[in-house]
Write a protein that binds this ligand. Structure first.
Ligand SMILES: [Fe+2]
Length: 313
């Protein structure tokens, strides 16, 4: 159609969608176009602002490589990853859920590890942490044979893929639950960490006067055919950044019962206080088991990166 006014543009674009054969594609694109056009109308977006926005979208791709995914980071920073997660889990957003966002640091092929073993694979200073994890269905029945990937940052705030000083796959392991839905492992207590701010995500945080820290957490990814793959993060409630997570991942349900032990016998002879323990129960919904696309594929080489910390304005 030949366009007479700004209102006609939306009608013209929407009418082109009628040729699309996939109904779900039509539904998503129709809503996307309507909201996008209304966004420009509501804000009276200027031509210069539009050019700035296009440059930011280009920069998301330019800052992405095999070790880093700026688009995932931006989605988290806008709360969009958290929203999509909470809409799609916990009985489609009706109940609390153990689900959380995958984040940018899951790698395929974590080393298979026996229950009770350590995932510390190169010297990693920090207080010892002993974890017991239980996987049950929505009726409370233990699920055996769940493959669970575990990964987390070091007490210095680096995942092994970011940090050439750590062994390949340090602080990562793949466990299988036993008949009681359980496995355990030994590690070190992780620290919170800054997200990179050398791209558009950094510009956004600075413009908003936000910090760039995530609170400490453990990642879990549970896979078993017949169940919806459960991606979780568990947080120690006393972390300094627990209520201002730059990725909006913390829900009340994901606060873990991390217990500090200052005396008494430790679970291993070489451990001295203080050490920590965590027991956590996960509920897995029935559904389709599907491994996510791995956001990164490799480990960084060279020097350990220096990621600056932003403070709240
Ligand atoms: Fe993480």
């Amino acid at each position: 159609m030949i366009i007479a006014t700004q209102a006609d543009v939306t009608k013209a674009v929407l009418s082109e969608l009628e040729r699309a054969s996939d109904p779900r594609f039509r539904q998503i694109m129709s809503a996307f176009i309507r909201h996008l056009h209304d966004f420009a109308r509501e804000t009276r977006l200027t031509e210069q602002e539009f050019q700035t926005a296009v440059a930011y979208i280009n920069a998301l791709g330019q800052h992405t490589n095999e070790n880093h995914n700026e688009a995932v980071l931006m989605s988290g920073t806008l709360g969009f990853s958290a929203l999509v997660c909470l809409l799609n889990n916990g009985d489609n957003g009706q109940t609390e859920t153990d689900a959380s966002q995958l984040g940018p640091f899951w790698r395929m092929h974590s080393p298979p590890t026996k229950s009770g073993d350590s995932i510390v694979r190169s010297p990693t200073p920090g207080p010892a942490l002993f974890v017991d994890a239980y996987y049950r269905d929505v009726h409370g029945k233990p699920i055996a044979g769940v493959e669970v990937d575990v990964w987390h940052s070091s007490p210095e705030g680096f995942y092994e893929n970011q940090d050439p000083a750590q062994a390949d796959m340090n602080l990562r392991g793949k466990f299988t639950t036993d008949a009681s839905g359980h496995f355990s492992f030994r590690s070190v207590k992780p620290a919170g960490y800054p997200i990179p701010i050398d791209g558009p995500v950094g510009d956004l945080l600075r413009a908003q006067g936000r910090h760039n820290m995530r609170p400490a957490h453990l990642h879990f990814l549970a896979y078993k055919p017949g169940f919806k793959t459960l991606v979780s993060q568990v947080y120690p409630p006393d972390d300094k950044y627990i209520d201002t997570d730059v990725q909006f991942g913390v829900t009340r349900h994901l606060l873990g019962n991390f217990v500090r032990h200052d005396q008494g016998p430790a679970p291993a002879a070489d451990v001295t206080p203080p050490w920590y323990s965590l027991t956590h129960n996960f509920v897995v919904e029935t559904g389709v088991a599907r491994l996510p696309r791995a956001p990164i594929t490799g480990k960084a080489e060279g020097d350990r990166p220096e990621i600056p910390h932003l403070e709240l304005a």
